[in-house]
Design a protein around this ligand. Structure first.
Ligand code: ZN
Ligand code: CU
Length: 528
């Protein structure tokens, strides 16, 4: 019986971190059938990989592509951006946002939470099984491995209430986490800068994270602070892992805001110490000095309480506006003041479906052109768009990013928010930027190490047992790229440009990118 696909003449970088070696790869029925000389093997399709590297398909440890499969076909450039850079699996449900479980007295509030990230199409499901059934017919370019989000669980049970849960509510939240894990969620995520996650105390998170005990799945966290509180936030994450007896994975690790530049040396030392002490702590990182999130996440916590409607009402109240401006200037103890970390000159509108003409524009420039106060302009915009605005915030320094990328406990995650407009270029550029800029041009890390951070390490972290390695019997998620040319082209101005050097991508054994072109094969599955 012939092979389905034979990848011939390439240099294998197999995900283990071992040096490259020359071998051919034979694929049949979605799996790697054989690796070696394979002389005389017949194949239905042959890919000539001469001069190219053959690696496991990249696993993006951190995306917000939970409902990207439902984006209209007109946005094919957004829908294929991950695939075009060699990503074959995305870990979704990050930062506390998952489209399930919309199950509880405030089930409708999960849609309110997700709606801010997906602009107008707030798909939610009562549980992971229903979500899995819904996406199976939607046609996915990549595999999806979902986390269950604490923000969604808390929204379903308590809405956006700014208070601690009762004992019954805490039990209800824990049961929802357990049910999601039983249905295949690959971990439990928190977003402790976003409502309603920011209203939770450490003890609540320890209690729910205990649902992970014995599963091997991690507690995944967008921490309470990445600015002044960054070290305390790492300590809190570690304490939650210790308290619940579970592994910890810190999302998009960074030191944000001029006052905190250089502090990844301090936070990585905390992580090293916890690891030396036996706690399994890892992080993910993207290779850019700007972040991206919801514009309204810059507002103080009290302004976000009780949901989007209440937030909009406060934004229209002059007294509340004055109080928000005072909080921007003076801060609030225990609150990450992102406005101060970035400055109005460091915040750019990324996606705003209702006002596309603002996309790509800096807040200070918009305010100057309108002869308006920048805070007032932002309050008006968030209120008018009911929260459907994302931003790019320039808040980091290169040496911090490099230190995290090079750290042995880091893996690569784009934090992509696949929305039309001018999304952060990390959506289309993260993996190829590491391979081209950081490996080839700057020598920050060697190629086998970089590939391991994109493949075997994330597969191990999230329990994807038959992915992340090129070995006989593994699922045939494969990327073929030219190590001499591979590079990102996506920029803040043109964020969706196809990278250079990605020759072929196979998802579950099917050729989804061929000669650098998307074939429109949608072979992705939901994993877990
Ligand atoms: Zn996040
Ligand atoms: Cu995120």
């Amino acid at each position: 019986m012939p092979l389905d696909v034979l990848i011939r003449g390439g240099l294998l970088v197999d995900g283990t971190g071992s040096p490259a070696r020359r071998a051919n790869v034979g694929i049949r029925d979605g799996r790697i059938e054989a690796i070696g000389e394979l002389g005389g093997a017949a194949a239905t399709e042959t890919i000539d990989a001469t001069g190219h590297v053959v690696a496991p398909g990249f696993i993006d440890t951190h995306t917000h592509g939970d409902v990207a499969m439902f984006l209209p076909e007109a946005h094919l450039d957004v829908k294929t951006a991950e695939l075009r850079q060699g990503v074959t699996t995305e870990v979704t449900g990050n930062c506390g946002f998952s489209p399930f479980p919309a199950d509880g007295p405030h089930a409708d509030q999960v849609a309110a939470l997700m709606g801010t990230l997906v602009a107008g199409s707030p798909h939610t499901w009562p549980d992971l099984a229903a979500y899995r059934a819904a996406v199976s017919g939607a046609g996915m370019f990549t595999n999806v491995a979902p986390l269950v989000g604490h923000g969604s669980i808390r929204a379903a049970v308590l809405g956006f209430a700014d208070r601690a849960p009762t004992a019954d509510e805490l039990r209800a939240m824990t049961r929802l986490a357990e049910a999601a894990l039983a249905q295949g969620a690959v971990g439990f995520s928190t977003g402790l800068v976003y409502a309603p996650g920011l209203y939770s105390r450490t003890d609540e998170l320890v209690a729910i994270a205990r649902a992970l005990a014995g599963t091997g799945r991690p507690y995944v966290t967008h921490m309470r602070g990445e600015t002044d509180m960054v070290a305390d936030s790492v300590r809190e994450a570690i304490s939650i892992g210790r308290g619940a007896g579970v592994p910890v994975h810190i999302s998009h690790h960074k030191a944000s805001g001029r006052d905190n530049w250089g502090r990844t040396a301090e936070t990585l030392a905390l992580i090293d110490a916890a690891r030396a002490d036996g706690l399994d702590v890892t992080v993910d990182v993207y290779p850019y000095t700007a972040g991206s999130t919801l514009l309204h996440s810059i507002l103080p916590p009290w302004a976000l309480a009780d949901g989007i409607g209440a937030m909009v009402a406060r934004l229209r109240d002059p007294a509340a506006r004055q109080r928000m401006k005072r909080d921007f200037a003076a801060g609030i103890p225990g609150w990450q003041n992102q406005q101060r970390a970035a400055g109005w000159d460091g915040i750019v509108i990324a996606g705003c479906a209702g006002r596309p003409e603002l996309e790509g524009k800096r807040i200070d420039a918009l305010a100057a052109a309108a002869h308006a106060d920048p805070a007032e302009l932002v309050f008006d915009l968030i209120a008018e768009q009911e929260g459907h605005v994302t931003m790019i915030a320039h808040t980091m320094r290169d040496d911090d990013v490099d230190r995290v990328v090079a750290h042995p406990a880091s893996m690569i995650g784009s934090d992509a928010i696949p929305l039309p407009g001018k999304p952060h270029p990390r959506l289309a550029g993260t993996f190829v930027r590491i391979l081209g800029r950081d490996v080839r041009e700057r020598g920050l890390l060697d190629l086998p190490t970089a590939v391991r951070k994109m493949t075997a390490l994330p597969a191990e972290r999230f329990g994807l047992r038959d992915r992340g390695l090129l070995a006989t019997g593994m699922v045939a998620d494969v990327v073929v790229f030219d190590p001499a040319t591979v590079l990102d082209r996506a920029t803040y101005d043109e964020p969706l440009l196809t990278p250079i050097g990605i020759r072929a991508v196979l998802v579950n054994g099917r050729v989804a990118v061929h000669d650098g072109e998307v074939t429109r094969v949608r072979a992705g599955n939901m994993l877990g």
